[in-house]
Design a protein around this ligand. Structure first.
Ligand code: PLP
Length: 450
């Protein structure tokens, strides 16, 4: 008889460990739109793993590329050495990036890509003799990973409060979520573009624009519950940054690789930042990898300023451009292109939107917001038990409906693989609707702070 799984040693990330271990939710296999749970159930993946498996699970072409690379060369350093695949990967990524952003620094995940981009911003100004620019501006409810740079510019209390003062010289814009004016908007909300003006009117007025190095935002705030930029908001941020020589960084760890129906959110919004941070869909999540895509002249400033034969940027990771990740990256970008997955997401978006908004009017549904193949469903919380409502829906979807969703606070966030079809869209929202219809005022399942 198989031994029961020992769950005691793995300290799980962003998990209520004690709750989880009373009844583990285990995934054992995956293919296309589905996981298979350890008890043999086929689970529809409504979250592309963790916003990352955009081409669907275990894509044969990506799997083969990784297998082949692992057999051919397991590892090669990229400090003062190189290997062909990493250059191919950078070329492939530049080929789908917005025009002008064509220099690529590789790292291993989204958190590292954020910290790398912040360091590039600070060093860039210094290289050009503008070393007073040391301040960084993020946004409330922004998620930029868990490095010290990322939690400092990020705006999530839970990610910061246990870890001291983090970085100095940081400030935050307000987030633009305004349910009172924009509830149940389809696509971009109408109201709130003026919130971008506070960058100029409050932040720059307070700190002096000449001290600001960069502004970093997620074009669509994902992890704190799908917060969409009001129409015109990102354009305003771009204009203010341009006016004062401040770099604009888009954190596209979630929005990159087709989530909005275009390669990057920058394309979708027609707003080109100075740097894009990305990860997740970069390799279809099959091997960890992150990257910063940098405007060429920012890169060139480093090349021009540093003395000959010296290292221009003192930064890097042992696994920057790891061969397996590079192989997965090249294969994933090929798959996105060959299968037209970004266009496919754009074509499916109206159907997805319709299905999402069909939840309006169901018990406890306070707001539905959507763009491309991402959607947030905000629920009325249980008084005194924040997160309990959404977590109950999550548990019931997984155990009773064979559907994987993700929740944050009392918000359900959906981001299926881009290969989802109409029947699967119906299944996903149908499962959530069924569960909501049977919601009790106070759910009986275990609660958890997420
Ligand atoms: C916008 C954004 N930035 C950064 C990160 C951190 O990425 P990672 O978990 O790969 O470090 C995430 C993760 O979800 C994210 O959504």
């Amino acid at each position: 008889m198989a031994q029961p799984l020992d769950t005691s040693h793995f300290w799980m990330p962003f998990t209520a460990n004690r709750q989880f271990k009373t009844k583990p939710r285990l995934l054992a296999a995956a293919s296309g739109m589905h996981y298979t749970s350890d008890d043999g159930r086929k689970i529809l993946d409504g979250t592309a793993g963790l916003w990352c498996v955009n081409a669907g699970h275990c894509h044969p072409k990506i799997t083969a590329a990784i297998q082949q690379q692992a057999a051919e060369m397991d590892f090669a350093p990229t400090f003062q050495m190189g290997h062909p695949k990493v250059f191919e990967a950078a070329t492939a990524l530049a080929s789908i990036a917005p025009e002008g952003l064509n220099r690529v620094f590789f790292c291993n995940d989204g958190s590292e890509s954020v910290d790398t981009a912040l360091k590039i911003a600070l060093a860039y100004h210094r290289m050009r003799g503008d070393g007073l620019r040391t301040r960084l501006i993020g946004r409330e409810r922004g998620y930029h990973g868990v490095g010290f740079g990322g939690i400092a510019v990020g705006g999530i209390a839970g990610n910061r409060k246990h870890f001291g003062p983090t970085l100095p010289g940081i400030d935050h814009l307000r987030h633009p979520l305004d349910i009172s004016r924009n509830a149940f908007s389809r696509g971009l909300p109408e109201h709130g573009a003026e919130m971008a003006d506070e960058l100029e009117q409050r932040m720059l007025a307070l700190h002096d624009p000449a001290t600001i190095a960069a502004v970093i935002v997620e074009p669509v705030q994902g992890s704190t519950g799908v917060i969409l930029p009001p129409k015109g908001y990102l354009q305003k941020l771009r204009a203010i940054c341009d006016k004062y020589g401040i770099l604009l960084i888009f954190d596209e760890v979630i929005t990159g690789f087709g989530r909005l129906g275009s390669a990057f959110a920058a394309d979708f919004f027609g707003v080109v930042p100075d740097m894009i941070t990305c990860a997740k869909g970069l390799t279809n999540a099959a091997v960890p990898m992150g990257a910063v895509i940098v405007r060429q002249d920012i890169h060139d400033a480093f090349m021009d300023a540093a003395p000959e034969n010296t290292i221009e940027f003192f930064h890097g990771y042992t696994y920057s451009g790891h061969p397996l990740a590079a192989a997965a990256c090249v294969a994933a970008i090929d798959v996105y292109r060959e299968e037209g997955l970004f266009d496919r997401a754009a074509a499916m978006a109206p159907y997805f939107e319709q299905a999402a908004h069909s939840l309006k009017g169901l018990p406890y549904v306070k707001d539905v917001r959507n763009l491309g193949l991402v959607c947030g469903i905000e629920l009325e919380g249980v008084p005194g038990k924040p997160t309990a409502r959404a977590f109950d829906v999550f548990q019931k979807c997984f155990w009773d409906k064979n559907v994987l969703i993700r929740t944050t606070g009392d918000i359900i966030a959906l981001s299926p693989p881009l290969i989802i079809d109409r029947q699967q869209v119906d299944q996903l929202f149908g499962a959530i609707a069924d569960v909501l219809k049977t919601q009790q005022a106070v759910p009986q399942t275990d609660t958890v702070a997420a």
